[in-house]
Structures are given as C-alpha cells and as structure tokens.
Design a protein around this ligand. Structure first.
Ligand code: ARG
Length: 275
C-alpha cells in the first residue's frame, strides 16, 4: 500500500431515491421489520450522498422508484455494467424479484443496446466488483456461481469466484471495495479460507480492514481513485485511508443501514460507452 494515490476519475452513477424505503421483510441479518425506519431521514441522507457525488464531479442519473419495492434504493443490485454492456440482475428473494426487469427497462429506455436478461440468480454489482484486470464475484448468500460464468461470457472479462461465509456480509460489496483498478480494501473474515488465499495472492498489498470497520458497513465504500465516500462510523478505517493519502468523505447513512445497505449499495456504476 506504499504506492501513491492516483488522480480522481469522474464517474457515472445510477441511483434510486428512497421514496418508498421501508424495512417490511428480513432478507439479511441487518433487517428488523419491527424496528421501523424514518423515511424522511433516509431521504435526507440519500440526497446528501447524491449531492456529494455531484460535488466531487461525478454524474448521477436517477431511476424512478417504484411503490412496493422498498429495497430499490440499493441500485448497486440492479445490474452490472461493464464496457457499456448491461448484465441484468435476477434476485434471490421473491420480494426483490421485480427490481431486475425494472432496472433493465431503465437501461433499454436510456438507449443501451447490449443488455442481457440473466439465466442465473445474481444481484448485480452487490456481488460483482469490476477491477482493471478481473471482475471479482461472490457466491454464498445471493449470487449463484453459475452467474459468474454467464457474466464472464457476456462481458468478455475474466471473473474470479469468491466465497462469502459470514451472513452479515451477504454481498461482496459489504466486505471489499476497490481503491483503484488494481488495489482493494477488504475484511478477510467475510471470506472462506480458500478465497482469503485467492485475495492474498491477487492483492498482496491490500488494505486489510478489521471486523469493527466491516461491522458498520465501512467497506461498503465508493472510491474514485482519490476520494473515498465511507460510512461516518468507520472512523478507524477512515484514519488509515487518510494516512495513505486518500481524501475521506464520511457519510451518515444509518437509516439505510437498517436494511443492510450503505453508500456503495445505493450506487450503480455505469462503466464504458453510454448511449
Ligand atoms: N435489504 C437489501 C437486501 O438485503 C440490501 C441490499 C444492499 N445492497 C448491497 N449492494 N449490498 O437485499
């Protein structure tokens, strides 16, 4: 991790306003339908995140939220977009299933011509992380390993399969985030012993996060190469990032964390040629 931090690269993101956000069912250990949420607060926190991205020079498009889909705010799960190709999502839970076609419709309407309806269960960028040389893909809780091959063929990028083992970190983006195209931060305990070996050999100079960092969804962060947008509670991880030369932007997203999501979950990156 001694290498200097690179320049920030402008990004294009797709987000979904939490107009209908709620915790009405429990599909991960963070969700407690009895606890309730403050939707107004969720909206304010989400708007602050969107405005922060814009302030950092990124472009943010918005997909229209749909009533009855309380988790649609977690746009990262809506698809995986690489080189302008859109690999659609197919959700593991019945509750979120309608989000897959809803996101694909957005892409088709926006003029994307290379879109793929997936055969296999996959939750988009929640379980696929795109780096320069490989796409890291997780299985274990949501995305099926068969979807990794499907994505590899459709996107024409090598995909590396990783196994998640801790139900708190049910999506890959809760356990690992890219700092640049070839360096990552992750919490080893979220992965099987074999996958920890894979990560060690691929990223020997990774930033290794602690369980405390991960337990506040500190790894559900978004980095543009220099700026890191990260959960405000992840103070120790933030300090280490600052020490490495990153510009850290803490965000309060505790209302959305009641559904198990953070900054990255709210953010789908649109990579490559856009129509
Ligand atoms: N409640 C949502 C679910 O369990 C949260 C999704 C968070 N998204 C993510 N990319 N990790 O599906």
């Amino acid at each position: 991790m001694a290498r200097p931090v690179g320049p920030p690269k402008p990004r294009h993101y797709l987000m979904c306003r939490p107009t209908y956000f709620a915790v009405e069912y429990a599909i991960n250990p963070w969700m407690d339908p009895a606890a309730g949420v403050d939707r107004e607060r969720a909206l304010r926190q989400w708007e602050a995140l969107r405005d922060l991205y814009r302030g950092l020079g990124h472009q943010v498009a918005e997909i229209m939220p749909i009533e009855g889909l309380p988790d649609m705010v977690f746009a990262a799960n809506g698809a995986l977009v690489v080189d302008g190709r859109v690999y659609g999502a197919r959700f593991a839970s019945a509750e979120r299933t309608p989000e897959g076609p809803a996101y694909l419709d957005w892409f088709r309407t926006a003029g994307y011509t290379e879109t793929r309806e997936p055969k296999h269960v996959n939750e988009g960028e929640g379980d696929f992380i795109t780096l320069d040389d490989v796409v890291l893909a997780a299985t274990g809780f949501r995305t099926e390993a068969a979807a990794h091959l499907e994505a590899e063929r459709f996107l024409d990028r090598p995909v590396v399969t990783l196994q998640l083992v801790d139900p708190r970190f049910y999506h890959l983006d809760t356990a690992l985030f890219p700092l640049s195209g070839d360096r990552v931060a992750y919490y080893p305990g979220a992965f099987s012993a074999g996958s920890q070996r894979v990560l060690r050999s691929l990223y020997p100079d990774a930033l290794i996060a602690t369980e405390e960092d991960a337990a506040v969804l500190g790894l559900n962060a978004v980095c543009d190469g220099r700026n890191v947008v990260i959960a405000a509670e992840a103070t120790a991880l933030a300090d280490r990032l600052r020490g490495l030369g990153y510009a850290v932007h803490p965000v309060e997203l505790d209302e959305l964390r009641k559904a198990g999501g953070g900054a990255k979950c709210c953010t789908l990156e649109l990579r490559g040629i856009r129509p």
